[in-house]
Design a protein around this ligand. Sequence first.
Ligand code: PLP
Length: 440
Amino acid sequence: ATEESVFLGRTAESRRVRAECADVLPGGVASNWQDAPPGAVWISHGAGSRVVDVDGTSYVDLHGGFGVGLVGHAHPAIVEAVSDRVRKGTHFAQPTEDVVVVARELARRFGLPLWRFGNSGTEATMDAVHLMRAATGRMKIIKIEGSYHGHHDSVQVSVYPDLAEAGPAGHPHSVPSGRAVPPALAQLTLVAPFGDLAAVERLLVENPGEIAGMIIEPIMMNVGLIPPPDGYLDGLRSLLHRHGAYLTFDEVKTGFAVAPGGAAQWSGVRPDLLCLAKALGGGVPCGAIGGVPALMNLIADGTYEQVGTFNGNPLTMAAARAVLTSVLTDDAYRHFDRLRRVMTEGAEDVLRRHDLPGYVRSYGAKGAVVFHDRPLLDYRDFAAYPDQWGNAHWLYQHNGGVFLPPWGKCEQWTVSVQHSEADVRRFVVNLERMAASLRP
Ligand code: PLP
């Protein structure tokens, strides 16, 4: 309670602005999750590794705009690329040369030859589902229970379902996530627990010739942070192919964060389609889908109309070119790894010395302290464990000048090329402060 009152005291102006806007913005914010507990923090500006809120408080930013911020704020290379593009005009609905540079670089990094662009992760995963359907003529897809892939109907199924409705653990029900998802459509999205190859095989056998493919986050980053069991991703690929179905990796979060070529590179498993967004645009809205010719050529021949007024937008492409060619270099990944070690080893040491329930998972620029006494394996584990420690952790970090994403339980930190070791040591110091005051 004490920590919470400190939070409320620090963010008086945020609360005032939010209340004032509630008559024009539903909930007083621009997107629902901006108001995640304990409440929206209205930002004035960002610089380097920091954000400054409307109360004038400066924080080390580990929220990273839900994983966008690998470049940090106002990175000179992005400022220059975007400013130059703004001076030359930002929209023609015709391609600019940057599109080719970006597509070639994505092909090199992710090992998939053909790319198209959109404006969000939601659009990328929507295109993936549509392409798998167009290629096979089959309408059913498989997703993982609890996974988030954006807010189009086909993937708004069993996203954080209530366990009372979710059905048996090995054979979950398809639960529409909200009343706007047509139940008939939700029935086309079959659901499997993460890490369970046999469950996917059962769905394929029970629905012969009906499943177009599967969409999966190769490292689950919306339920804490859950890595795939050994052989799982490769096993999925073989299994799906055996049944004439395709594999899509949703790398909207993992994309550039865990390795230059994402979780595909990290795992050595090449999917048929791969979705990107978030970090690609360096803070400018973006989305991309890459894939093998058998699928992507359906775009070229018009079987699937991948269209959008802003697709391949010059501003996004200018920013993405700078992100890929000037900022997320091999040096950047060495830097991420140094920061990752400071945070991981520091946090593990605190947990051990104070005998706190928890462990650390980290990959490249991202990681999380999971306050649970054993490793989470899937959504059921995630849903069942209490989140008091995670919420307390958020508040202690916030009050100690570190801005984490909300929901202490399920999101991860994101570091940028502009974060220093001193920045991330602060995270460890705040964790220690929490441990010392809450654990006698
Ligand atoms: N896929 C994953 C794994 C995500 O985490 C998100 C967003 O957080 C999305 C897709 C949707 O991306 P967007 O919010 O850009 O539509």
